[in-house]
Design a protein. Structure first.
Length: 615
DNA sequence: CGTTTTTGACCCGCGC
DNA sequence: GCGCGGGTCAAAAACG
């Protein structure tokens, strides 16, 4: 009888809270904004120093550092210039000003001046600048200098200064130009170097992936055997989020719709019975199952069947759609509450005893919007497993944004991985290890299950060593000391990181979601789909994702928000491997706090996903 | 009084 | 074809 309110409220666990509270304020406040602004904008907005740091972090290892250095040099020069002559100063100031604009990050600003400069100057460079953000940055900076220089010259000429000054200025300009040219050339070289490094990096990653796959195949075995039909380069496909999105639907709406469909009702897939309202007509053979109700408003009956969607379809699109419908994101966290406080309003519409599990499974539906397809089923008392399906079809409150973002991102990740590669397992591990190398155990992807599912296990604590392995990624973003991230919090963060990374990736790809928390945060997917389709190289994706994780301030905020919401009721506890879920549960049973309060008696260990041995 | 939760029944798909 | 299990509906009850 305790109403669902419990889910909404954030309960702080004494233990967990300790660390998180510090973050809370910041997180909650900042997160929304963060989301709103595109990643690039952030960079631009941030001070030069920050941006530099960020950038350095973002980019792959050695490559990115170059640009930064260049900038620094320039800045120093400027400072010096100021001191000197009175006459020069004005010019210099201009230069310095200009130079400041040169800041690589500036290009993200959409600065009008820059735009103008760019147009004048070096279309070539710009054009040459591949989609790759880094390259663009580099080029831009150079361009600005060049352009500015010329502009300054004209300005000087116009000026009333004496001949001496004029000459001096000209000579200086000439010097500067020469320097600019030199830098330009250097920039090009660096660019080439970057390209090489990137290519090498990608190649290595491919190799790594291949190796991982081999390992994975051994471990997880071949749950997925059947799926491998399409083969292609797994890694590559995997990375291609765009592909997934693209397939999902060209339009934003479409994506959301399709997604929702999938998620929609119970299982997206099922549908058979229902209306065929939408009819997917078409196409894709499997669609039938999917019930595409694009509007998911009616809860209807779709009941479901899972299996249909087998990924064999030859068409990538088909696969994608099918997968999308089925995709699920499970979040496991220790919580005394019956539900996780993720900022959304959930209404319980059903409960059922799961086979083999002593505890009932509860079904919730998002009540924030009539048609919201997102649903979750909570299980377990101590370990609360929340499975999200579909995307919200309405604006989300800030508090809910983090989780939604995470889940949607994770879902996309999953989809992109399972779909493209066709080989679920590989991707799963790949993601877990590549994206979350430090916590492979924290993120589990189950392609074998009827529904591809990404399980984010917040109940686990990554080993310190693991965390240390990627200090950059985690530490950099956080304003607060990494210490806070330790243990439980770290565990909580990982999932978010995973999701956010993907999320950012999509952004970087060019899309920017409605950051405003707009109605469909998720809706952005569709947009991203469109644009993403254009981009995407494995390398880019990986690099971007990795960099984004570390660099994007928003990410930090998002993590904090997510943690706050997630951990509100979470308990810290022992390290449990996913496999141990049941064991953990049993232990937890003693707690039983939740049970008493709620008739729901949620509880139990069983996880819907195949990954977890149910019983 | 309105909203939410509870709970039994029903629907549907899948496996045998 | 039957049984099982997952998922949902909807009336009744409980809660604020």
């Amino acid at each position: 009888m305790a109403k669902g309110s419990g889910g909404l409220s954030i309960d702080s666990d004494p233990i967990a809270t300790g660390g998180f509270f510090l973050h809370k304020p910041t997180v909650l406040t900042s997160f929304p904004e963060e989301n709103i602004n595109p990643k690039w904008k952030h960079l631009a907005a941030t001070s030069a120093t920050q941006s530099m740091d960020v950038k350095a972090t973002r980019s792959p290892p050695s490559t990115f550092q170059f640009p930064v250095k260049l900038i620094n040099t320039n800045e120093h020069d400027h400072d010096h210039d100021h001191d000197p002559d009175s006459s020069l100063p004005s010019d210099n100031r201009r230069r310095s000003t200009v130079i400041d604009e040169m800041d690589f990050f500036a290009d993200k600003k959409h600065d009008v001046d820059r735009m103008t400069i760019i147009n004048n100057g070096t279309d070539d460079l710009k054009d040459s600048g591949s989609p790759d953000g880094l390259e663009l940055n580099l080029n831009t900076g150079l361009n600005l200098l060049t352009t500015n220089t010329s502009s300054e010259q004209s300005t000087v000429d116009d000026g009333v200064s004496s001949n001496m000054e004029d000459k001096r200025a000209k000579s200086e300009l000439a010097v500067l130009r020469a320097e600019v040219e030199r830098m330009k050339e250097e920039n090009l070289r660096l660019k080439d170097m970057l390209t090489h490094v990137t290519s090498n990096y990608n190649a290595l990653q491919m190799d790594l992936i291949t190796l991982l796959q081999g390992q994975n195949s051994h471990h997880k075995d071949e749950q997925h055997d059947g799926k491998n039909k399409d083969d292609g380069i797994v890694p590559r496909q995997f990375m291609d989020l765009g592909l997934v999105a693209a397939t999902g639907g060209g339009d934003t709406e479409d994506l959301s719709l399709s997604t929702s469909e999938g998620g929609r009702r119970r299982d997206p897939t099922r549908s058979s019975g229902n209306n065929a309202e939408n009819n997917n007509e078409d196409g894709t053979g499997e669609q039938d199952k999917k019930g595409t109700d694009q509007r998911e408003e009616s809860p209807d009956q779709g009941r479901g069947s899972h299996k249909d969607a087998r990924f064999n379809s030859t068409k990538s699109v088909d696969q994608t759609e099918a997968t999308i419908r089925k995709a699920r994101v499970s979040v496991r966290a220790r919580s005394e509450d019956a539900t996780i406080s993720d900022g959304c309003q959930w209404r319980k519409y059903g409960q059922k005893m799961a086979k083999g599990n002593p505890c009932p499974r509860a079904y919730y539906r998002c009540t924030m919007a009539a048609g919201c397809p997102v649903q979750r089923c909570a299980e377990d008392r101590t370990i609360l497993t929340t499975t999200y399906e579909g995307n919200h079809s309405h604006p989300l409150p800030p508090a809910a944004t983090a989780m939604a973002s995470t889940t949607s991102s994770a879902a996309r990740m999953l989809l992109s991985g399972s779909m493209s590669s066709t080989d679920g397992p590989m991707n799963s591990d790949f993601l877990a290890r590549t994206i979350l190398p430090c916590s492979s155990s924290l993120a589990t992807i189950s392609a074998s299950s009827p529904f591809p599912t990404v399980t984010l296990d917040l109940t686990q604590n990554p080993s310190p060593l693991q965390l240390l392995k990627q200090p950059i990624q985690f530490q950099v973003p956080f304003p607060n000391p990494p210490q806070n991230l330790a243990t439980a919090s770290a565990a909580a963060l990982l999932p978010q990181i995973l999701g956010q990374a993907l999320h950012n990736q999509s952004k970087s790809s060019g899309l920017q979601m409605s950051q405003d928390m707009q109605p469909n945060r998720l809706g952005h997917q569709s947009q991203s789909a469109l644009q993403q389709g254009q981009q995407n190289s494995l390398a880019d994706s990986l690099t971007t994702a990795t960099a984004a994780i570390a660099a994007d301030p928003n990410f930090t905020a998002a993590l904090a928000a997510a943690i706050t919401s997630i951990i509100g009721g979470a308990h810290q506890n022992n390290i449990n491997s996913i496999n141990n879920v049941q064991t953990t549960t049993s232990n937890n049973n003693s707690n039983g706090n939740i049970t008493t309060g709620n008739n729901n008696s949620y509880g139990h260990n069983k996880i819907t996903n195949s990954s977890f041995p149910s019983d």
